[in-house]
Design a protein around this ligand. Structure first.
Ligand code: BGC
Length: 906
């Protein structure tokens, strides 16, 4: 249809359009402050079901000039979609507020009503007082704000249905749904929403999270059918570790549902779960998070979720007591099927046994397509490993059966994927398959909490990129509404030690703010009356009280939220509970030394005494708490906890420091790294303790780690702060045992639980995130992206890439709460370039380090000289100053993108 001539014409038209657009931009002036983007409410874009009465807002600023700030903002919130274009902020018109805050801005309008949508936009004024255009409109919608609004009852059943006749024109309908276990809601034959494994895993007796769905278009005037499938999820799972009090929360799964349907004319009809629903046993014969699903397609009842279905053989649904806990809105990204993966290969190690290799250790399940006689039973078994003969190795799965069984109904091509389980696997064994499967018979379904990407890191050394890829996968596959330890064996728990170790890495790689906001509340829910915390949250496994390296997740996650996102509310909301936690620690610290411990460091190679580690955490927690008090303006408490921290430090040195050998405890890497990191070491011994540590790494262990996951998180940033990024780098790129690189070299596609390559029945998951803490060091040290001193939420940024000898370039970028922060550098002999991006309303210190022996250093930014003859040269827009710090040159810059280029003679 498109001949050559025509194509040319179309192209000309496009070119014309572009030219015109460019010209128009010039004439009408696209210069200056641009409309804010990425509007968030409680960290979420356009959330439905917000139950925070004074939600917080944030937006990202843009400007065509450098060194720009927001000097004022105006937020308009309208109660109708039509009001906003008219600039009618009938719910809240903040007016022009003189403030540089573009994050954590607290709602201050009329009180927000239950179930109502709100529409908002924002504009800002720059340093010259020019206003930006308004942003595009964003929305948020309140959830059900009081318990009284829930009119339904908890009901149990495997398959549940309810039919209802609706008369009139439906203008708006919302479904509020939760379950003790997992649910799938269907209306008129179709699944509602894309969430899977919903709701989140919480301490159900205390709190259950509901999801809000817009179902306006699903319902119609006339007959409508609601169908719900229920699975046990974490609510009915009985297995436990060594915590006899924590059995299954409930015997059977249960549903709580409410659909509010508004009609033209103002009438509202409520459809709620209650005894009028019908129940039966559906095709899911059994389901378990650990064991998998058994599904008999012959038991499907076509049309069960459609109106007009004959349910006369079904019984009345049983109402149950359910949870008496708080019903809260699920205000974080849901678990979703985020990707489909083609298997990489298929093998048949024995007749009738087919083993698919996904090429990647992943979390989720598979979708299987097949055709065969009714009653044929196909079994899928999942594994992270294979034996040399190609058969799957499931020895490391513990008690988890991790298998799905499907019985065919025998009607044409059948497609199966489970609903209420998930597996951690790279290999899938298929037996009982009718015929011979092909690669096309199976798809991997990648499932986890669907957090957005926030960061990227790449460097010229391939092993670093490989490790980054492993971190990426291990982190995502361990997000299942809570941060889990692993995704395959019978654990998958919110082990708090693993959570605290990896929070920083996770926040740089992914958009985690809403996720951890939720998890921190889960932690508070799990706190014991004496202030202590369990090892796992929700509490299922582990010791009581938890080891301090695990309990410490509470203060540490709060503090990391404050640092990364400037979240002051987290500190406010948790202050009292944290105080109780510190009081618990104190009550167990005789003579200011806390000695309770279980794990200490974990999966370490050189054992460090647990009482020492516990006591270091005690010091850390008390000092953090004192800092939090300071942030909240509670200076008296800040001072008294600061004093306590001083006493703990003194006692710790008295008890655990050996001034003769210059070692803490038994002198392991973990022991000395923790003390140095937390600045516990008396000044006059600092250098010697540093030497003890670096000697142990270099001479004691031939540049290898002996730490577990607790110690290594301190060690890497510590080495950088000591000016030994070279050594940290050598550890990071090490490929012999023990190292991250060793995992890569041995074919790992996710990080292991152990430094050792074990494949037997003992504890050795091949997908643990806890060693992934090194990911934060990639961004901070090699990428060079750091928070400025005493700064939070990236308002002041410190760009300081560690240009180590072996690395030619590295590039990192993070979508922070204030916008993109990035740093990319390149080093060739005699030349170092560094490109930096700083968001509007932030500024940065940019450290440009010359080579050690360089003289006559000249630094240009773009084509202007900014440093020459050992002095800062002013005049470059955005660059506010430059100073020398030893050999390094440090520039102060405002927002914008900069390209520094350093040259010199050798
Ligand atoms: C988990 C770990 C956890 C540890 C603590 C293990 O079973 O998988 O990641 O932190 O126990 O006891």
């Amino acid at each position: 249809m498109f001949d050559g001539n025509h194509r040319l014409q179309v192209m000309r038209a496009f070119v014309g359009l572009f030219l015109f657009a460019g010209w128009a931009g010039f004439v009408y002036g696209f210069e200056g402050p641009a409309a804010p983007t990425d509007l968030r409410c409680e960290y979420l874009s356009n959330p439905m079901g917000v139950d925070v009465l004074k939600p917080r807002f944030s937006w990202v600023l843009h400007h065509t000039e450098r060194a720009q700030m927001q000097t004022a903002y105006q937020i308009l919130i309208a109660g109708t979609a039509e009001g906003l274009p008219r600039d009618d902020g009938d719910v809240w018109d903040s007016g022009k507020v003189d403030s540089s805050d573009s994050t954590q801005v607290v709602y201050a309008g009329k009180s927000l009503s239950s179930g109502k949508p709100y529409y908002w936009k924002v504009r800002y004024w720059d340093t010259a007082g020019n206003a930006s255009p308004y942003s595009a409109a964003a929305q948020f919608e309140m959830g059900l704000l009081s318990r009284d609004e829930w009119k339904g009852q908890w009901i149990e059943g495997n398959l549940l249905r309810k039919e209802i006749d609706l008369q009139g024109r439906i203008v708006r309908a919302r479904a509020y749904v939760t379950a003790l276990g997992y649910y799938e809601l269907r209306i008129n034959g179709e699944k509602v929403g894309r969430n899977v494994l919903d709701p989140a895993f919480t301490t159900y007796p205390k709190r259950v999270l509901y999801t809000t769905y817009d179902v306006s278009r699903r319902l119609r005037s006339g007959k409508n059918a609601f169908g719900v499938m229920l699975g046990g999820g974490w609510a009915t799972l009985g297995r436990r570790f060594f915590d006899p009090e924590v059995g299954p929360y409930y015997k059977t799964p249960a549903l709580l549902l409410q659909v509010n349907i508004e009609f033209e004319g103002g009438k509202t009809v409520f459809v709620v779960s209650d005894g009028s629903w019908k129940a039966t046993q559906g095709p899911i014969v059994s389901d378990s998070v650990y064991d998998g699903e058994v599904y008999d397609a012959r038991r499907e009842q076509p049309g069960w979720d459609q109106p007009g279905f004959d349910d006369s053989t079904w019984s009345a649904a049983q109402t149950v007591e359910g949870s008496k806990g708080v019903l809260s809105a699920q205000m974080m990204p849901p678990i979703r099927v985020v990707d489909s993966m083609m298997p990489r290969s298929i093998a048949s190690p024995r007749p009738g046994v087919f083993v698919f290799d996904m090429g990647q250790n992943m979390s989720g399940w598979v979708q299987l397509r097949m055709q065969g006689p009714a009653g044929t039973q196909v079994t899928l078994r999942f594994a992270e490993l294979v034996y040399p003969d190609g058969m799957i190795n499931r020895e490391n799965l513990g008690e988890a059966k991790s298998r799905d069984i499907y019985t065919l109904k025998g009607q044409g091509e059948e497609t199966y994927e489970p609903r209420f389980t998930y597996h951690g696997f790279r290999y899938v064994e298929v037996t009982g398959f009718p015929g011979t499967p092909s690669l096309d018979s199976l798809r991997g379904r990648v499932v986890h909490t669907a957090v957005g990407a926030a960061g990227s890191f790449v460097a010229s050394k391939q092993i670093l990129n490989d490790i980054q890829r492993l971190i990426h996968w291990s982190q995502l596959t361990n997000l299942f509404s809570i941060p889990t330890d692993c995704d395959q064996r019978n654990e998958r728990q919110g082990w708090m030690g693993d959570a605290q170790a990896t929070a920083e890495e996770a926040m740089m790689n992914f958009d985690m703010a809403a996720f951890y906001t939720n998890f921190i509340r889960d932690i508070r829910d799990a706190q014991f009356p004496d202030g202590s915390l369990p090892d796992t949250v929700p509490r299922k496994y582990g010791g009581v009280p938890g080891d301090l390296g695990w309990q410490t997740a509470y203060p540490l996650l709060c503090w990391t939220m404050w640092q990364q996102y400037g979240d002051r509310r987290i500190l406010e909301e948790n202050y009292d509970a944290l105080k109780k936690y510190v009081a618990f620690l104190r009550s167990h610290a005789q003579d200011n030394v806390y000695r309770l411990h279980w794990e200490g460091d974990w999966v370490e190679l050189a054992h460090t005494p647990g009482d020492y580690i516990g006591d270091v955490w005690y010091y850390y927690d008390v000092s953090l708490f004192s800092k939090m008090a300071q942030v909240l303006g509670k200076s008296d408490e800040a001072a008294s906890y600061g004093q306590l921290a001083g006493q703990v430090k003194e006692a710790l040195n008295r008890t655990f420091f050996d001034a003769h050998t210059d070692n803490y405890a038994n002198g392991t890497q973990t022991a000395n790294a923790m003390a140095l990191f937390l600045d516990l070491v008396p000044k006059e011994h600092r250098e010697a303790v540093e030497r003890s540590l670096t000697d142990d790494i270099v001479y004691g262990h031939n540049t290898h780690l002996t730490t577990g996951f607790i110690g290594v998180k301190f060690l890497m940033p510590l080495l950088t702060s000591l000016g030994r990024s070279d050594l940290a780098y050598d550890l990071a790129v090490q490929t012999t045992y023990p190292s991250w690189g060793y995992m890569v070299e041995r074919g790992a596609t996710t990080l292991w639980e152990l430094w050792q390559d074990k494949v037997g029945p003992a504890m050795n998951s091949h997908d643990h995130i806890m060693f992934g803490s090194v990911g934060a060091w990639f961004y901070n040290a090699l990428g060079g992206i750091n928070l400025g001193p005493e700064s939070v939420g990236y308002q002041r940024i410190h760009i300081a890439p560690q240009i180590v000898e072996d690395l030619h370039w590295a590039s990192a970028s993070v979508e922070t709460i204030r916008g993109t922060v990035s740093a990319s550098w390149n080093h060739s002999p005699g030349v170092i370039t560094l490109d930096v991006t700083v968001p509007v309303s932030s500024d940065a210190q940019v450290v440009v380090p010359p080579e050690a022996q360089m003289t006559d250093v000249v630094i240009r930014e773009g084509d202007r000289v900014v440093w020459e003859n050992g002095r800062y040269v002013s005049g470059d827009p955005g660059v506010k100053g430059g100073t020398q710090d030893g050999k390094k040159v440090v520039f102060q810059v405002g927002s914008g993108t900069y390209s520094f280029r350093l040259t010199g003679s050798e």
